[in-house]
Design a binder for this molecule. Structure first.
Ligand code: KG4
Ligand code: ZN
Length: 344
């Protein structure tokens, strides 16, 4: 189980990222490029993303090595997200990582991107009091929306997930209906500050229903019906703000209810962790803190730069996987023959 620093790569969506962590989890350097070629299309275009990863990665990896003051030869092993995600980007990241590892004669470790989000809270020093297993993870981003019982490294139980849109996707679509830019979540939150969350009645899909699945498409449809009378004319500012606030409130109510159920399904949880871009939403965060407090649980949301897609989480998940293997007396993992798995 002796190995040097890990060089990690993330390329599963529209963030191209590289990080170098020492074996104890200290981040020596990290860089993230949020691709800017997608905004005009109102969403991530897979082919554009894959080409951008390809163009960005070599320089990004070199710059990250430079920041860390290391040469490639001083790297202990290479890791990359190999799924789930957009296949083009995964092929680029995994191919680059495997090629680098092969050239250096070092192992390559394939990381599940969702597992990386799930283990982020365990980065040393991130959460006061640490994040011992088991804990409940709410992962809410543009691509993910699920409740996961995190029971150990490699041991996850999906308690529930979305049956249609991811939470961030719903924020983005509603923001688009309101004429806001992309990604819409942050802009919608800003507009909502001027609005009344009780002004416009909207449904609370699945509220009170058994289990902890999510649904957002009905909410989206209800909102589009409120907009219909305006056709193509511009929305009055106050009406748009009231809609934004009412939508945000409905999402927070639904998520709080679902988490309430998830916690009842997982009474052994010591901690509630919220990750993913939507975790940045202050109204949602405040509701989740209330739910956790009512269950006498600690609540943790990693800082935003570690909540959204990044390579630090990939490196950390790889280190935890290697430590777990060492603890079981297994050799250092080497996944150099693994293939990207878009639906892993
Ligand atoms: O984790 P992330 O950066 O990448 C994906 O996996 O997509 O999450 C991005 C998502 C977008 O849908 C964005 O609109 C949403 O997170 N988001 C927010 C906020 N900030 C980002 N949603 C609601 N409120 C926010 N403040
Ligand atoms: Zn992600």
């Amino acid at each position: 189980g002796v190995y040097g620093p890990v060089l990690a790569i993330e390329s599963s969506c529209d963030e191209t990222a590289c990080a170098i962590l020492s074996p104890d989890g200290t981040c020596l350097a990290q860089r993230v490029v949020s691709q800017d070629g997608h905004a005009d299309f109102g969403g991530v275009v897979p082919e554009i993303a894959a080409r951008a990863h390809l163009a960005l990665l070599p320089g990004l990896v070199q710059a990250t090595l430079h920041d860390a003051g290391l040469t490639a030869e001083q790297i202990g092993f290479v890791a990359a997200s190999t799924g789930p995600g957009l296949i083009g980007g995964l092929i680029v990241g995994a191919g680059f990582g495997k090629g680098l590892a092969l050239a250096l004669g070092k192992p390559f470790v394939a990381v599940n991107h969702v597992e990386a989000h799930a283990l982020t809270a365990r980065l040393p020093g991130l959460v006061a009091g640490g994040a011992p297993f088991p804990y409940l993870l709410l992962l809410v981003s543009g691509g993910h929306c699920q409740c996961i019982a995190v029971e150990g490294v490699g041991q996850y139980r999906k308690l529930g997930g979305t049956i249609d849109d991811a939470a961030g996707e719903a924020f983005d679509k509603v923001a688009k209906m309101l004429g806001l830019g992309w990604p819409g979540g942050p802009e919608l939150e800003k507009l909502a500050q001027e609005g009344d969350p009780k002004a416009i009645p909207l449904p609370r899909p699945l509220l009170g229903r058994a289990g902890c699945d999510f649904s957002f498409s009905g909410l989206k449809t209800a909102l589009s019906q409120k907009l219909a009378p305006y056709g193509h004319t511009a929305l009055p500012r106050q009406f748009a703000a009231d809609l934004a606030a009412s939508f945000q409130q409905a999402v927070a109510d639904v998520v709080a209810d679902r988490i309430e159920h998830a916690l009842n399904m997982m009474p052994e949880a010591q901690l509630l962790v919220c990750a993913g871009g939507v975790a940045a939403n202050k109204v949602l965060r405040a509701r989740l803190e209330e739910v956790a407090a009512a269950h006498s649980l600690r609540f943790a949301a990693p800082p935003l730069r570690l909540c959204t897609d990044n390579a630090v989480m990939v490196g950390w998940a790889a280190l935890e996987t290697c430590q777990e293997a060492a603890a079981r007396g297994l050799p250092h993992p080497d996944d150099s023959t693994t293939r990207p798995r878009p639906r892993w």
